[in-house]
Design a protein around this ligand. Structure first.
Ligand code: G6P
Length: 608
């Protein structure tokens, strides 16, 4: 999603802004731009494509000025070309924007009626045009013009503006999309998140919904939606410590896949009392014994983590689980029960649909918990209970380590739920905790298959379509496997419940179609293997992911196999995830696609 940076600095800021934008690349973007004020004059450079193009434009025609804003744009309204790239300017003001302005068409008509001429197809441009309209027609100052303009906008957004003739002023607004203030020494920064601010300062203040910030180099003032001056807490951000480099790997995604043993162990340490082999949850966590029902919701990969956890909550805690994709849940008239709980799963904690579904469930009386990776995020701040995951910053757009850390946290929570509800005894808790504590070691073992998986991926790269099948907890993992492959290799892939194969997808089977069968040796193993034989009988190419005994039991005729460690079957998705991640990764590198920033995708989807 779009990334925003604003700097009131002490030297020329354009190079610093480009550095900050680099740290926001992970969010996904398709054009970029910078604007500065130099001796009161506004100027800008913009370019479609990657930041290298913007850098080339700046090298050709450098921008001076100690006051500036920058932006990476993920196109929503209008193609990713130079005219639509931000900052959007008039002779009076320059603005960067993240989010969507829902009433832009009517505002644009109104402004055109006053004779204002638009240069782009974007919704964002109405903001500088409106500000300019108020500056010129009502003779108000920049801050008042900004405030009046923001009040006219409907939708979810964040804005930062700088003004002609104002060398020591930067104004920002937050409504629906995050915006953070970073305080420096005689400098001030605004940014989409603490990663963007990390090179400059670790003193970070988050705006709240409806807030407007008026910043100078010396300080800032925050006003709430009613125009009252308010203060918001300053936090010391941990993002500054985060090493955002590839650590010798070709891609962030590879680095993040390989970090999994460590970050899963970190996540476990937040939940497990290893000495007593028990799960301990924070004091204020749900009282699962009193919950009437549990709703789980999320988007993308986080949704599949939630879907796997449904099997855990049902089997260990005998708790009815309602699960849906957040973009659906938020608009459904769900008959929420009294005393219900809801868990929202999100790496970024900023996904617009997940946040909206959370607010709806909260308004309907549900107690809200969030499994989140970013503790300062909107979802974390609006939840009653935070279940942390300790994945560290995830930069690759396709989620990997966040997925396995979400699973780890959810598994621990579901075990605790089972204990609280008396549906598992302390022996079973200890057995499951021991199995969970083994997962970092098993994941490390699974990573050792990388070479073998790369060889298979070279064949998968030739396929036009790929099918993933599994049963039980392996069904959502099949969905996640298909998602990973399509996200980064652009090969069409679908995940299916293995039992559903004969109700349609089996018609696709021919000698060209790889079918990836995820089958840990569990109670459903034989049934999945039968489905695999149905594929093979029709000439299909079956790739089995199982442990050594499972592969041996499957018999002859496999096209390929990936050997996984032997694990507690119900926890298998945490370990088997490695195989599907590496398969997608090597398929994509074989095809030469942009693994860390796949086309059209954004890391943090802050629009609906
Ligand atoms: C985007 C990302 C996915 C992610 C999903 C949910 O689509 O590309 O990798 O799974 O958003 O994001 P969240 O931050 O809420 O987990």
């Amino acid at each position: 999603m779009c990334g925003i940076i604003g700097i009131l600095g002490t030297t020329d800021v354009a190079p610093l802004i480009v550095d900050g934008l680099k740290r926001l690349e992970y969010r996904g973007y398709d054009s970029a731009g910078v604007a500065t004020i130099d001796h009161g004059r506004l100027d800008r450079r913009r370019a479609p494509g990657k930041l290298g193009n913007l850098q080339a434009a700046l090298d050709a025609r450098p921008l001076a000025g100690r006051t500036g804003i920058g932006h990476t744009r993920w196109a929503t309204h209008g193609a990713p070309n130079e005219a639509n790239a931000h900052p959007h300017s008039t002779p009076r003001v320059s603005v960067v924007h993240n989010g969507i302005i829902e009433n832009f068409a009517e505002l644009k008509r109104e402004l055109e009626g006053y004779g204002r001429r638009f240069e782009s197809e974007t919704d964002a441009e109405v903001c500088p045009q409106l500000i300019t309209h108020y500056l010129e027609s009502e003779n108000v100052g920049p801050v008042e013009a900004f405030r009046k303009a923001i009040a006219r906008l409907k939708g979810a957004f964040a804005f930062v503006a700088i003004f002609t003739g104002e060398d020591n002023l930067m104004v920002g607004a937050r409504k629906g999309s995050p915006l953070a203030i970073g305080r420096g020494e005689g400098e001030m920064f605004l940014g989409s998140d603490s990663y963007a601010l990390a090179p400059f300062t670790n003193r970070v203040t988050y705006l709240e919904e409806g807030d407007i910030v008026v910043a100078t180099r010396e300080g800032f003032e925050i006003f709430n939606e009613r125009g009252e001056k308010v203060s918001r807490p300053e936090m010391i951000s941990s993002a500054a410590d985060a090493l955002v480099d590839k650590d010798g790997h070709r891609h962030f995604m590879a680095k993040e896949i390989h970090e999994q043993p460590e970050v899963i162990a970190h996540t476990l340490s937040r939940y497990i009392d290893a000495a007593n082999e028990t799960v301990r949850l924070a004091e204020n966590a749900f009282d699962f014994s009193r919950l009437s029902s549990l709703t789980i919701s999320a988007c993308g990969t986080a949704y599949y983590a939630g879907l796997i956890s449904k099997y855990w909550f049902e089997s260990w805690a005998r708790l009815p689980v309602e699960i849906d994709i957040a973009s659906e849940l938020r608009y459904r008239s769900v008959p929420y029960k009294d005393q219900g709980g809801a868990i929202f799963v999100s790496q970024s904690g900023e996904t617009a649909d997940t946040l909206a579904a959370l607010r709806e469930a909260k308004a309907r009386g549900q107690k809200i918990a969030a499994v989140v990776n970013v503790p300062e995020s909107s979802i974390a701040r609006e939840a009653d209970i935070i279940f942390p995951m300790a994945a560290g910053p995830e930069i690759g757009v396709a989620s990997t380590k966040a997925f396995t850390c979400q699973l780890t946290a959810l598994a621990a929570i579901a075990i605790a739920a089972g204990r609280q509800r008396g549906t598992i005894d302390d022996m079973e808790e200890r057995r499951l905790v021991r199995a969970l504590l083994e997962t970092p070691r098993h994941v490390a073992e699974a990573l050792r298959q990388a070479g073998a998986i790369e060889a298979i991926a070279n064949d998968i790269a030739k396929a036009r379509d790929v099918l993933y099948i599994g049963r039980g907890v392996s069904f959502p993992l099949a969905l996640e496997g298909a998602l990973k492959l399509k996200e980064i290799s652009y090969i069409h892939a679908e995940g299916y419940a293995a039992g559903e194969l004969k109700h349609g997808p089996i018609a696709l089977i021919d000698e060209e179609l790889p079918v990836i069968v995820i089958a840990p040796p569990d109670a459903l193993f034989e049934k999945t293997i039968s489905n695999m034989h149905e594929v093979m009988a029709r000439g299909g190419k079956a790739l089995l992911i199982s442990d050594r005994a499972g592969i041996a039991a499957a018999g002859d005729g496999l096209w390929a196999s990936i050997e996984a460690p032997t694990v507690e079957p119900i926890l298998a998705p945490i370990v088997y995830a490695v195989a599907i991640q590496l398969l997608a990764y090597y398929t994509a590198t074989n095809k030469g696609t942009d693994v860390d920033q796949p086309r059209n995708l954004a890391k943090s989807v802050t629009v609906e």
